[in-house]
Design a protein around this ligand. Structure first.
Ligand SMILES: [Zn+2]
Ligand SMILES: [Zn+2]
Length: 380
């Protein structure tokens, strides 16, 4: 006899939610202001999340200083009462109409992107590349959300999330660690996009920032071997954490040419894959020479300037280049599962914690890498 799972929903009473909340909003470039805003209301297929913790991401620093890749009401996000922050977790406190996928009181971590669900890319499952990005305001409302980029994000007491953007936090995991699930999700998505076998194959990770380090953890969990992590002398602490996350070899570019190092470690064969997380000017050309012919490269960093690329080398060696945005294909759920199975520990990259009142200080700590900051988390 087949025992069907119990799918009856227990209607839970909404928790008491105030009408107003405190939220940080972006003023001019570099300016964050603490204001009072109405608590947002969840619509169809949405829930209200009471935020427990929010991690600072390198992309937040870009949004706060330059605006992009945020896109609010068709333009830059400044002076629009917009709340940044996209790597957060919290507790479901209210359900929108028809929601039975989650219950009030559940702890959730979030993905950033809820595509519009109606464009060609969303229909293909590529919702982080939704072609209606930022189309969510009067006269242009396609229902797209990317909290912290095109809709209000996590440096606030409450946020609205689409049910497709939430993943349950494994039991026993702290709020701070749960904010890192989405970072691990981006690493997982990068490996998905590379589309290979991964297990028993060689992966180079260039750039030991949060995504690079999480890529080491996820790739080792999936059986990549060896995993080679590349960084600078300034990255010494990050490279050490990479070793703790399972990197089989660590290369410091100030001590050794990274292409030569990869050739040495792979006995001249080159790597199957490179996950490029540094954004360094020579990164693409070096990655092309790190992989074997027919190798695959995933670009996951925002480079500061346009770079010159040796196209002839890439073409004549049949090298594949992929770019990723965000954490598509529900990669965050798979990352959370790996973490729940204790295959790697994201909390190794959490270095500093600030209170909600100290968001500007948390941003500065992250931007200036004060005291070797890697992941800075704001805890409610
Ligand atoms: Zn981020
Ligand atoms: Zn779409």
């Amino acid at each position: 006899m087949t025992v069907l799972p119990d799918t009856t929903t227990k209607p839970a009473a909404p928790l008491k939610v105030p009408e107003k909340m405190r939220a940080w909003v972006l003023g001019r470039p570099h300016e964050l202001k603490l204001v009072e805003k109405p608590v947002p209301q969840p619509g169809v297929a949405e829930v209200l999340v009471r935020i427990g913790a929010t991690a600072v991401c390198g992309t937040d620093l870009e949004v706060i200083s330059h605006g992009e890749p945020a896109l609010v009401q068709g333009g830059l996000p400044f002076e629009k009462n917009f709340t940044p922050g996209h790597e957060y977790m919290g507790t479901v406190v209210k359900l929108g109409p028809g929601v039975d996928e989650f219950a009030v009181g559940e702890r959730v971590a979030v993905e950033i992107h809820a595509g519009c669900g109606r464009c060609e890319r969303c229909r293909e499952g590529m919702y982080t590349a939704c072609t209606n990005y930022g189309m969510n305001y009067a006269g242009h409302d396609k229902g797209h959300r990317a909290n912290g980029f095109t809709t209000d994000g996590g440096f606030a007491e409450y946020a609205v999330n689409h049910v497709n953007t939430m993943v349950r936090v494994p039991a026993g995991m702290s709020d701070e660690e749960a904010t890192l699930i989405v970072t691990a999700g981006t690493a997982t998505y990068g490996l998905d996009v590379l589309g290979g076998l991964i297990a028993g194959q060689t992966l180079v990770v260039t750039g030991p920032g949060p995504i690079g380090l999480m890529t080491v953890g996820v790739a080792k969990a999936l059986g990549a071997n060896p995993v080679i992590l590349v960084g600078t002398r300034q990255d010494a602490k990050r490279l050490e954490i990479g070793r703790q996350l399972g990197a089989d070899a660590v290369v410091c570019v100030d001590d050794e040419d990274p292409v030569e190092a990869v050739k040495r470690i792979t006995a001249g064969r080159g790597a199957h894959y490179v996950m490029e997380c540094s954004g360094a000017p020579q990164a693409v050309n070096q990655a092309a020479r790190m992989v074997s012919r027919g190798g695959r490269i995933c670009l996951a960093a925002f480079a500061k300037e346009p770079v010159l690329v040796d196209m002839a080398y890439i073409v004549s060696n049949n090298i594949y280049l992929f770019g990723i945005r965000g954490e598509g294909k529900s990669a965050t759920r798979r990352a959370a599962s790996l973490i729940e199975q204790k295959r790697f520990s994201p909390k190794l990259i959490h270095t500093h914690t600030f209170s909600f009142d100290q968001v500007p200080a948390a941003i500065r700590q992250s931007r200036e890498r004060i005291d070797d900051a890697i992941k800075v988390v704001v805890k409610m």
